[in-house]
Ligand binder design. Structure first.
Ligand code: SF4
Length: 457
């Protein structure tokens, strides 16, 4: 008799949920590409299901043979809750993702198998072992893949309501070494690129009239030569896209012209701070190169590229004036959108190690602490009390997403000259305005969950 097919359930955990909360933070409802990559790495004779914890209830009692969860630091607590539900039902759980690379020992305590490293290298071997009854507890990659050859299988997203933006990854990792950055801690300041043909195939398959793409690369210009080759190949595809880049992109006019020519509408750029001491401490002094943020913004505007600026507060030289300076800068420079967050020490980063050595961590493992809430400052800042840092970050968001600021920024030529992007500007700013309150002090994990986190014995 033929054996029944092996059943794999892929879960994308949410960050958290309040008791009785309906719906989820709208701006966080993007397609989860790691789940689609796992789906693509699953052989066709394995029966697959996918549940997105942000959008739908998880049917814990549905029969399955193995559960796979990609874990980030913010979703770790919820991932362990989900794993406990399955493991209590005697279903083995495998976990991988960023947090597994940052905190392998912790993840290994809550999972029957942990994949430390990139799924492309390890997931097929792990799955083969587990379906044939020889599964191990730890799978660790010896090196990074040479290239990102596997295209995500997006068929698992069918019927789920994500934000109407298609995510594509053209490269992973970044050559810089910012002190707080978990990405560079995991990928040790290296970048791996996808073959250009693969990117073109994906883009062509996903292209629709009015479709906006998000190239989710950590820093799309980390390897300038590789990036320019990609932009040349994308010219003529007739797409519109946004991406993430270091401010160094503003120093290369050829690159900006190529980006614009292949449909770049905007970039997320980590300006982080306007202070030289702060940037020095975060190992990001290069943000001040060639005239610094103002000159970079002027160059980007000249090339018609909109900017999503991100700012961080809580470095040792930050005082009360730093917030207004950054908000005014973001508004006056006509940023499309912006983020104003307190510094967060992710485990495994040099920042975490430094704050730990200085005895400044308020919650040693904030991502697991039941008392911790999204938006709480998990360390002791030097320039102001914890509460003031939290309140000033909230106030900065409220000021930036106030209607007066939205209308002032809508006047910037770069934001208004294309009616389609102006409509996007208004919709996206309104969405962020609503979410300023919605995610503040969100619990990590499902607050209504009453079980015990089940550890591997
Ligand atoms: S430039 Fe961005 S992605 Fe690169 S190390 Fe710095 S924060 Fe991380």
């Amino acid at each position: 008799m033929k054996a029944p097919p092996f059943r794999l359930t892929i879960i994308h955990p949410c960050v958290g949920r309040r008791v009785g909360q309906r719906g989820y933070i709208r701006t966080w409802k993007m397609e989860p590409l790691p789940a689609a990559t796992i789906a693509a790495l699953t052989p066709p004779d394995v029966e697959r299901r996918f549940y997105d914890d942000r959008l739908e209830p998880i049917p814990f009692d549905e029969p399955t043979d193995l559960v796979a969860i990609s874990v980030e630091t913010y979703t770790a607590r919820r991932a362990y809750q989900i794993a406990s539900e399955y493991r209590r039902r005697r279903v083995p759980v495998v976990m991988g993702g960023f947090h597994a690379a940052l905190c392998p020992d912790e993840v290994a305590r809550y999972a029957d198998a942990v994949v430390i490293g990139e799924a492309e290298e390890l997931f097929p071997r792990m799955l083969d072992d587990w379906r044939h009854g020889r599964g191990s507890h730890v799978y660790r990659a010896e090196s990074r893949p040479r290239s990102l050859r596997v295209a995500p299988d997006r068929s698992i997203f069918r019927g789920k309501r994500y934000l109407p933006i298609r995510l594509v990854e053209t490269a992973r990792g970044c050559r810089f070494a910012c002190e707080f950055c978990a990405i560079t801690a995991v990928f040790t300041a290296t970048q791996v690129r996808a073959p250009i043909e693969r990117v073109l195939t994906e883009v062509r398959a996903l292209k629709r009239p009015g479709q906006l793409f998000f190239f989710i690369d950590d820093n799309i210009v980390s390897d300038l030569a590789g990036a320019k080759e990609l932009f040349r190949a994308l010219a003529g595809e007739g797409i519109r896209w946004v991406g993430q880049a270091s401010s160094t992109v503003a120093c290369d006019e050829e690159c900006l012209a190529l980006m614009r020519a292949c449909g770049c509408q905007g970039l997320l750029i980590g300006f982080e701070s306007l202070g030289a001491e702060q940037l020095g401490q975060m190992n990001k002094g290069w943000n001040l190169a060639r005239g610094g943020p103002s000159a970079a913004m002027a160059t980007l505007r000249r090339h018609g590229i909109r900017v999503y600026g991100t700012f961080i507060f809580g470095y040792d030289h930050d005082d009360a004036a730093a917030f207004a300076r950054s908000v005014n800068f973001a508004r006056d420079e006509g940023m499309f959108i912006a983020a104003f967050n307190h510094l967060t020490p992710f485990p495994g980063t040099p920042l975490y190690t430094r704050l730990e050595a200085e005895g400044r961590l308020r919650f040693p493992a904030w991502w697991l602490d039941p008392a911790y809430r999204y938006g709480m400052v998990p360390f002791i800042p030097r320039g102001m009390p914890v509460e003031e840092l939290e309140q000033r970050c909230s106030a900065a968001r409220r000021a930036f997403y106030g209607w007066d600021s939205i209308f002032a920024r809508a006047q910037a030529r770069v934001n208004r000259h294309d009616p389609w992007m102006l409509l996007n500007f208004l919709a996206i700013n309104a969405m962020h305005r609503a979410d300023v309150v919605g995610r503040n002090h969100l619990p990590l994990g499902d607050a209504a969950w009453t079980g015990e986190l089940l550890r591997v014995s």
